[in-house]
Structures are given as structure tokens and as C-alpha cells.
Write a protein that binds this ligand. Structure first.
Ligand SMILES: NC(=O)C1=CN([C@@H]2O[C@H](COP(=O)(O)OP(=O)(O)OC[C@H]3O[C@@H](n4cnc5c(N)ncnc54)[C@H](OP(=O)(O)O)[C@@H]3O)[C@@H](O)[C@H]2O)C=CC1
Ligand SMILES: O=C(O)[C@@H]1CCC=N1
Length: 255
């Protein structure tokens, strides 16, 4: 499928990497002239254009817009020449389907909040669909998004909070992994071993939760042996207000 990704920054690059892992995808990136993006396009081997007019002329089946939220509606207006069957997917946090529908009244529309792990096809993607998404368009959206990771369909009213937990969440986990790694280094691990250990442990914990369906509390109980070491660490986290720090991170990001 021919897919255009408009805005090749952190999220656009991550989506392009994930899309390029599927041989059937023909990916076109669009970004204003920028040596960073030209180098990335050369390295990854996708076609790069520098204007919305060129995107329209390439007739992509699906356009994914990953420009900064504040310029996204302006960029979408520049894409208004796309035919009515083109599927428009916006990844911009805080840009609503109704605002996009004012520009593309007849097109199938979707709003997504992906996260950076889409780069390795292990993303978490919140998805809300607009009113014009019939079966053929839904098939295209699924064909594009499903290989990028887990797609979680939610009403648009929940997309902001899904975006904070799924989209911002990797940064929160990265801070946690960085701190864990510091602690490992303090006790003698070399940096790369500490990073590998933290990342592997987080991956495994997430996979276990998904595959078993157990709650985080049930999983924690499996680790906290009576009178053992883990419960002493959990106590220290509670004393430091770790839970509240996490909830307040979500409050702030959602504000
Ligand atoms: N980063 C993330 O984890 C997530 C991001 N998002 C959403 O993705 C969007 C981009 O975020 P992010 O990738 O972090 O930001 P970046 O700043 O890394 O990327 C934005 C990209 O858009 C380009 N750009 C700027 N203006 C235009 C334009 N008029 N036309 C085309 N491209 C343009 C920029 O080009 P240049 O650098 O050359 O100016 C840059 O490459 C936001 O709307 C954000 O809400 C959603 C979920 C997660
Ligand atoms: O920080 C941001 O605004 C974007 C939205 C979700 C993750 N990154």
C-alpha cells in the first residue's frame, strides 16, 4: 500500500521504520527540507518529498500526519486536494476528528496516539475512528496500523488519556529504567549491562502481564517473597511516594 507520512520527526521516523518492515508498503515521507531527514530517508530507503503538493500528486492510499500539533490543521488544509477515498490518519495529540472533518468532510478519518516503540513494531496505538470509515477504509487502517503494534480502539473522548499512558508512558518508563541502571552501576554493573538488564526486565514484566492477564498487584505478590528482599524495596517505593509520583505525572501530562 502507498502510505505518506507527513512530518518526519521522532514519531514520523518511528512510524516509517515500523512501516518499512512490511515489504508490501511503499512509504513516502514528507518534511520541509532538513538534512537530518534527507539522511534518514537515504539510510532507510524511502522516497522523500518536501511539500504537501507533492504528497497530493503521489496519490497515497493513506496519509499519516505526524506534524507538531499546533501546525497540524494548517498542514491538513494544504493536503485538502487529496481525493475523498484517501484515508487520513492524524497522530497529533489534541487535534480532534471534528476539526479534521471540517477540512476533509467526505474522507475516512482516524485519530491515533501511537508511541515510539512502533519503530520496532511493538507499539501501543490508541485509535478513534471518524464517521466515514466503512469496511474498505477500516481494512486499510488495520493493514497499516496492526503491524506497528497493539491497536486499542477507544472513543475519542478517551484518546487523550490513552495518549498519556500509551504515548507519554515510554518516557516515564525510560526514567525508571535510567534510575534502575544508575543503581546497578552504583553496585558495580557496567552501564551497558545495567541498561540491558533494565530493558529486558521491563519487556518481560509487560509480556507476562499481557499473556497471563494477571493484575499488576497479583504479579507483584508473586515476586514479594515473605520476609524477602523485594518487599523491602516496595516499602521504600511507597515511602518515597512512587505511586503518587506516577499518578501525578499522568495528571500533569493530561493537563
Ligand atoms: N513523540 C511521540 O512519542 C508522540 C508524538 N505524537 C504526536 O506526533 C506529532 C509530532 O511529534 P514529534 O515527532 O515528537 O515531534 P518532532 O518535533 O520530533 O517532529 C515534528 C516533525 O514535523 C516536521 N514539521 C514541522 N512543520 C511541518 C510542516 N509544516 N509540514 C511537514 N512537516 C513539518 C518537523 O520538521 P523540522 O524538524 O524540519 O522542523 C519535524 O520533523 C505531534 O503532533 C505529537 O502530538 C503522538 C504520540 C506520541
Ligand atoms: O509529548 C507529547 O506531546 C507527545 C504526545 C504523546 C507523546 N508525546
Amino acid at each position: 500500500m502507498k502510505i505518506a507520512v507527513v512530518g518526519v520527526g521522532h514519531m514520523g521516523s518511528a512510524i516509517i521504520k515500523g512501516l518499512l518492515s512490511q515489504a508490501e508498503n511503499h512509504v513516502i515521507g514528507m518534511n520541509p527540507v532538513n538534512p537530518r531527514v534527507s539522511k534518514f530517508a537515504q539510510e532507510e530507503g524511502f522516497h522523500l518529498v518536501n511539500s504537501c503538493e507533492e504528497v497530493v500528486s503521489k496519490k497515497p492510499a493513506v496519509v499519516i500526519v505526524t506534524t507538531p500539533a499546533k501546525v497540524t490543521l494548517t498542514v491538513l488544509k494544504q493536503l485538502a486536494g487529496l481525493p475523498a477515498h484517501t484515508v487520513i490518519i492524524s497522530a497529533a495529540a489534541g487535534v480532534h476528528l471534528a476539526e479534521i472533518a471540517a477540512i476533509f468532510p467526505a474522507n475516512p478519518l482516524a485519530a491515533i496516539i501511537p508511541n515510539i516503540p512502533v519503530a520496532v513494531n511493538a507499539g501501543t496505538i490508541g485509535l478513534s475512528l471518524g464517521p466515514n470509515v466503512m469496511a474498505p477504509a477500516f481494512d486499510k487502517i488495520s493493514q497499516v496500523l496492526n503491524p506497528l503494534g497493539e491497536v486499542i480502539r477507544v472513543p475519542e473522548s478517551q484518546l487523550d488519556i490513552v495518549g498519556v499512558i500509551g504515548g507519554c508512558g515510554p518516557a516515564f518508563v525510560d526514567v525508571f529504567m535510567d534510575a534502575l541502571s544508575d543503581a546497578g552501576v552504583k553496585y558495580g554493573l557496567d552501564r551497558s549491562t545495567a541498561y540491558q538488564l533494565a530493558a529486558s526486565m521491563v519487556t518481560g514484566s509487560g509480556q507476562l502481564a499481557l499473556r497471563t492477564g494477571l493484575t499488576p498487584a497479583q504479579l507483584r505478590d508473586q515476586v514479594t517473597s515473605p520476609g524477602g528482599t523485594t518487599i523491602r524495596g516496595v516499602e521504600a517505593l511507597e515511602k518515597a511516594g512512587f505511586r503518587y509520583a506516577v499518578i501525578d505525572a499522568v495528571n500533569k501530562a493530561n493537563g
